[in-house]
Design a protein around this ligand. Structure first.
Ligand SMILES: [Zn+2]
Length: 463
């Protein structure tokens, strides 16, 4: 693991701290030997609710961020919005000694029933390269969509503040880029604000396609979409102690891969890589955000709906969606108006900023742990060459220099989360005596010397 960028001089830090009024915790002299957990807790404390609120309000002030809206104005429309996000990312990069690599990623969308004329779809991408040779090819992507809409998906000029959908997710990702780009992580983290979500997940689809074409090793993707409304308009009740994590099982489709078929044959349908990611987020949430209930939902997304994680799933990458516990449909995808005393529209005044801060902290804890932990073990199997009441697991060795070893985890087949853990040591084969694979589901995860654990991997039968 690695946390601090020692290349940032104290002088430049003081300068940019003043400039951005940030809470970036530098302390470049701190030793790496300190507890990773404590440093992560300090990182979480630097996430600023004020900074998130200010970013959501600024995004809402562009009047509309509809994908087909004006791109020439400096104050309104999606062009002004994306240039502002890009500039903020650039500032965060400067703060971190320019380690954050910021770019636009774009293509021309044509022939789309939700877009009248050929339109350039533009993502803003900030890449924080990993600092460990053995891990830097490993990538973790976190995104929010910065486009917005009103009732008519084709209406590209009406007031569409999109404060919750999805300035909340965009502002969370911006805050993550701000506080994390000043630090070092073993693996690479990609912060992304995407466009065209409301027109059919266009920006995220393009990114996922490019990643697959280049065979990029995206080990996990998280989309933050609708993470800020927690107050019910009808009775004023507040639901700010829960987050939904949508994690897909085996996807619907005409054909199954070998991996999916083996999952089904062995009762492992709840142990897809995305559900393991959900389980991992649940564990990290319990450790760092004890008051927050991480509700892992065994679905790709809300009922028959989708989000920016969908194209990543379709391209074979583990991906999940974060969303608030309840959605308020009088605010989502609505013209801003008053009808019979009810205020409709996605206005900044409905956003619970401290809740967005909470979810940003959960994101930071998850991403930092993923990026500092070793990679998930590869080629994990259960030895089925003979019948036995013990369970023997095998896997390929990891290559990270700070690897401590591997843990075997298991649970009853009808339980959602791991119930038992045993440290196997730095080895590639381990037998759990007297615990039968007939009655339990197993996983193997890698752990480093600082206690960072990878998500678990479901073992497939090997002879
Ligand atoms: Zn959305």
């Amino acid at each position: 693991m690695a946390f601090f960028n020692k290349k940032v001089s104290v002088f430049s830090l003081i300068f940019f701290v003043t400039l951005l009024m940030t809470g970036c915790d530098s302390r470049p002299g701190r030793e790496r030997e300190q507890s990773g957990n404590q440093e992560l807790r300090e990182l979480l404390e630097t996430i600023s609710v004020d900074s998130i609120e200010s970013n959501i309000r600024t995004l809402a002030d562009f009047h509309t961020r509809h994908t087909s809206s004006d791109t020439t104005s400096d104050t309104t429309g999606i062009g002004a919005a994306r240039r502002w996000i890009y500039d903020r990312f650039k500032q965060y990069g400067t703060l971190s000694g320019s380690r954050l690599q910021v770019s636009y990623e774009s293509y021309l969308e044509t022939d789309n029933p939700r877009i009248e004329e050929p339109t350039r779809i533009v993502n803003i991408v900030g890449i924080l390269p990993g600092t460990q040779l053995e891990s830097k090819e490993r990538m973790y992507v976190v995104s929010g969509h910065y486009d917005s809409r009103v009732s008519d998906v084709m209406d590209d000029s009406s007031y569409a503040p999109g404060a919750n959908d999805d300035a909340s997710g965009t502002a969370a990702v911006m805050e993550l880029a701000r506080v994390m780009s000043g630090r070092e992580f073993d693996a690479t983290i990609v912060f992304m604000a995407v466009a065209g979500e409301e027109q059919g997940l266009l920006g995220s689809t393009y990114h996922a396609e490019q990643a697959r074409r280049q065979q990029l090793n995206i080990e996990a993707m998280i989309t933050n979409d609708i993470i800020g409304n927690t107050i019910k308009s009808t009775d004023g009740s507040v639901h700010d102690n829960e987050i939904r994590v949508f994690a897909q099982g085996i996807p619907p489709g005409d054909s199954l891969s070998r991996h999916q078929r083996l999952l089904l044959q062995t009762g492992g349908e709840n142990d897809t890589p995305s559900r393991q990611l959900g389980r991992f987020i649940h564990r990290v949430g319990r450790e760092y955000m004890p008051g927050l209930k991480v509700n892992v939902i065994y679905r790709k997304d809300r009922y028959l709906r989708g989000g920016d994680h969908s194209p990543f799933l379709e391209h074979g990458y583990p991906a999940v969606r974060f969303s608030e516990p309840h959605e308020y449909y009088e605010r989502q995808h609505q013209d801003v108006r008053k009808e019979e005393g009810t205020q409709y529209g996605d206005l900044p005044k409905f956003v619970d900023y401290s809740y967005v801060g909470k979810i940003a902290r959960l994101n930071a804890a998850v991403l930092a742990t993923l990026a500092n932990a070793p990679a998930r073990p590869r080629e994990v199997g259960i030895d089925v060459s003979r019948l036995e009441n013990s369970t023997t697991l095998v896997w390929k060795a990891n290559s990270e220099p700070d690897l401590k070893g591997y843990e075997i985890v298991w649970r009853s087949t009808n339980q959602p989360f791991w119930e038992h853990t045993e440290f196997a040591g730095d080895t590639t084969r381990f037998t759990v005596p007297g615990v039968s694979k007939d009655n339990y589901l197993f996983g193997v995860r890698a752990i480093d010397q600082y206690g960072n654990r990878s998500p678990a991997v479901y073992p497939l039968p090997v002879r």
